[in-house]
Design a protein around this ligand. Sequence first.
Ligand SMILES: NC(=O)c1ccc[n+]([C@@H]2O[C@H](COP(=O)([O-])OP(=O)(O)OC[C@H]3O[C@@H](n4cnc5c(N)ncnc54)[C@H](OP(=O)(O)O)[C@@H]3O)[C@@H](O)[C@H]2O)c1
Length: 284
Amino acid sequence: MSIVVTGASGKLGRHVVEQLLEKVPAGQVTAVVRSPEKVADLAERGVRVAVADYNAPETFDGLFTAGDKVLLISGNEFDKGRVRQHSVVIDAAKAAGVALLAYTSAPGSLTASLADDHRGTERALLDSGVPYVLLRNGWYHENYTENLAPVLEHGAVVAAAGEGRISTASRADYAAAAVAVLTGEGHENATYELGGDEAWSFAEYAAELSRQTGREIAYNAVTPEALTGILAGAGLPEPAAAMFADVDAAIAKGELVVDSGDLSRLAGRPTTPLSEAVAAALKD
Ligand SMILES: NC(=O)c1ccc[n+]([C@@H]2O[C@H](COP(=O)([O-])OP(=O)(O)OC[C@H]3O[C@@H](n4cnc5c(N)ncnc54)[C@H](OP(=O)(O)O)[C@@H]3O)[C@@H](O)[C@H]2O)c1
């Protein structure tokens, strides 16, 4: 029996593996990656590394064992049919008879097109009959704080979220919830709506940036169409730009406010405040 984490070379996957190593022996953890060199340090620490690609079903043959607990971290290849990719993992998990398959989804309240792949994967997972957990992750603080250069350069947070609020949390918080599910009992067939304890508006975010930098940073609220143009002008492919603008429109409608308390309950502590993520980003 192993705890198996796909996408282990990614930012969330790294947090999950690091937190798992605080709770279980390294030999019980399997990191599934496309490029083993990205996790050479984990292999050195005794983590089993398996090489597989969501685009190549045969690479998952025999990867799972009966009784494994698996975390399927959603992929980021938006143009490659993520439901089909994720179904490769679900089919392999079913064939092996895993004990649990947890999937990093999106909040149930989110209607933006970005959520379509998550809803499709949830359906495939439920239809498979494999014991599941839906970790419906809200947005990361880091989606905003990892990209501060243009904000500081222009002295403005530009978004199409109007006065909408959003309950973000750090990747480490979402990883803690996943680890609680993978190492705990009684989570079979549960759906968790995960988000930060405190929701914030983009005006409040700009004010926090102003406070911590000592500079005047404004919130420049634009329309989704204008944001699509700005993002495309910055080099993002048009469909991706439209998809992100669509998310902002959903934020304006309150669709990324998550007030279930599931995240801090599973993590066993309050979620990380946005101000801490801002401070960490400004220190880098
Ligand atoms: N909730 C949010 O705010 C938010 C924000 C951004 C993304 N997400 C979603 O959450 C996931 C995890 O977030 P993250 O920050 O850890 O993203 P990330 O750093 O981009 O990691 C994505 C992981 O998926 C793996 N992957 C992608 N395509 C794959 C394939 N075909 N086969 C096998 N593995 C594949 C990547 O492997 P490589 O290292 O080989 O590329 C990487 O390990 C993302 O992939 C995305 O679906 C959520």
